[in-house]
Design a protein around this ligand. Structure first.
Ligand code: FES
Length: 494
């Protein structure tokens, strides 16, 4: 009998067991890898990065890779077979990494700075001229720690299993490599600002992650972390100040602190809301006097996990759904055949199915059937709709509790900023209709990569600026609120 081998796909975090010797072409198309030239080795679109294990190459493939300008770790999937356990990075994922080119106010300074958004899944590094705020260059990559698991819990577990130093080295090396890529601009960088969630902060800085693994999830090491270029082995001048910015709470990191800066809520009397629907589903409400924030367990459903045919926003994902003459019209990323559904498509599909009364107010499929077909081969099951309800109730009840704590209603808030790459693709009407955010359309604004915007703002400020935000910000444990259960159950309904 043929033995099985394991293919791990990153950053989507899927593991597939296949017979040894299976051509990658037979399995990868389901996960967004396309083979436009049909395996002739001329288009390069099927490129995958070999992160772990071995994939045999031959002189023909080597030559094609060379012509396509691909380095050693790349392979053309159309040429390869899985003969042993391997981990691959799917390059097609690259297109959803969100850099940022927005403008913001700044106080001109001398020299150059680098802003780093260190995400669980993706990394973005930007080089700025601090005199005029111009972005000279950006580099985006997938976080190489993704091979240790897609979510924060599995990263923490890997640290506890003795892999923290390896993960720390990986991320430091990767960002160092990205900084080297910026160096086609021969400038002296005086400042580097890193922001990221608390787990990323701890792993990068070599801090003990254990307190993040059990109740009450309180780490004593949330503060600023300073480094020299020498200790990180980064190709930067000795005098450059490299700082990982502080976290607000154990599951609300400096990416959200940067988001608070990006919204400028600390300058306004009116209350502003910031929602990041990424892995942790962080919510912030505040004004110039007071800010409170919390994290929710909303992420997995919106990131494709837990949904039967869920996937990230890559080629083949249904990213939006509309209705025409009562029929569902699905937009598929890459305009090919639908292979699954991503977060924005999921929200749209549920909203349209509610409009068409195919789903009832308790989330039940009215026909009594187990699933609803969306596009050829892609459907939503009753279980998927339940998962969606859990995710949307987590966000809606989290927001309600924060508003209750401040003693204000939705009507008393001024703006709702939606952060992150996922937020950029949302249909706001559908977000409101499903009850995910219970406000009016005119109040909701998509702000893009707020972590990166804030990191760039930090380049122009001293640490006092951040400390002042932290002084007025408190972190709330939602589950600890006595009203949480009741509000959560109420928000489960449509
Ligand atoms: S499919 Fe074109 S190079 Fe592999």
């Amino acid at each position: 009998m043929q033995h099985k081998v394991k293919i791990t796909l990153l950053p989507i975090g899927k593991e597939i067991a296949v017979n040894a010797g299976t051509p990658l072409m037979d399995v990868l198309h389901e996960y967004g890898v396309e083979f436009p030239c049909g395996g002739k080795g001329v288009c390069g679109s099927c490129k995958v990065k070999l992160l772990e294990g071995h994939l045999r190459t031959d002189p023909v493939q080597q030559r094609k890779l060379q012509i396509l300008g691909l380095e050693n770790s790349w392979r053309l999937a159309c040429f390869c077979k899985a003969e042993s356990d391997i981990a691959l990075e799917i390059a097609q994922f690259e297109n959803i990494i969100l850099a940022d080119n927005s403008t913001f106010d700044f106080r001109p300074q001398q020299g150059f700075g680098i802003a780093v958004d260190l995400g669980t899944t993706t990394l973005v590094v930007q080089l700025l001229n601090l005199e005029n705020g111009h972005i000279l260059d950006s580099v985006s990559e997938v976080n190489p720690q993704a091979r240790f698991g897609a979510d924060l819990i599995s990263r923490i577990q890997s640290c506890l299993d003795g892999k923290q130093t390896e993960m720390q080295n990986l991320i430091r090396e990767k960002i160092g490599e990205m900084i080297r890529k910026l160096q086609k601009y021969p400038v002296d960088v005086s400042k580097v600002v890193l922001v990221g969630n608390t787990v990323m902060h701890h792993i990068f800085s070599g801090l003990n992650v254990q307190p993040l693994s059990f109740y009450p999830f309180e780490s004593p090491d949330l503060g600023f972390q300073h480094f020299s270029a020498k200790e990180l082995n980064w190709d930067l001048p000795d005098y450059s100040e490299i700082t990982f910015f502080p976290s607000i709470g154990s599951f609300v990191g400096s990416d959200i602190l940067a988001g608070i800066a990006a919204t400028k809520m600390t300058e306004r009397d009116e209350f502003t809301i910031l929602i990041d629907l990424g892995t942790n589903g962080e919510i912030v409400v505040g004004n110039r006097h007071q800010i409170i924030c919390a994290s929710t367990a909303a992420g997995p459903a919106f990131e494709g996990a837990k949904i039967n045919q869920g996937m990230r926003a890559a080629t083949g994902a249904i990213s939006s759904v509309t209705s025409q003459n009562g029929n569902l019209v699905c937009h598929v990323i890459g305009n090919g055949k639908a292979k699954g559904i991503c977060g924005s498509g999921l929200i749209d599909a549920v909203a349209i199915l509610l409009q068409q009364e195919k789903i009832g107010m308790f989330g039940e499929i009215d026909s009594g059937e187990e699933k609803i077909m969306l596009d050829s081969g892609v459907f939503l099951t009753q279980q998927d709709i339940r998962e969606f309800q859990l995710a949307k109730a987590a966000v809606a009840s989290g927001l309600q509790i924060l508003l209750n704590k401040l003693g204000i209603s939705f009507a008393e808030t001024d703006k709702v900023f939606i952060a992150g790459g996922f937020g950029n693709f949302l249909n706001i009407q559908h977000v409101i209709q499903t009850g995910l955010i219970e406000t009016t359309e005119d109040k909701i604004l998509k702000l893009g990569n707020t972590a990166l915007i804030g990191a760039k703002m930090f380049l122009f400020e001293d640490e006092n600026f951040t400390s002042k935000i932290l002084e007025k910000t408190s972190h709330i444990n939602l589950e600890g609120d006595p009203a949480f259960q009741d509000i959560f159950v109420e928000k489960l309904m449509f």
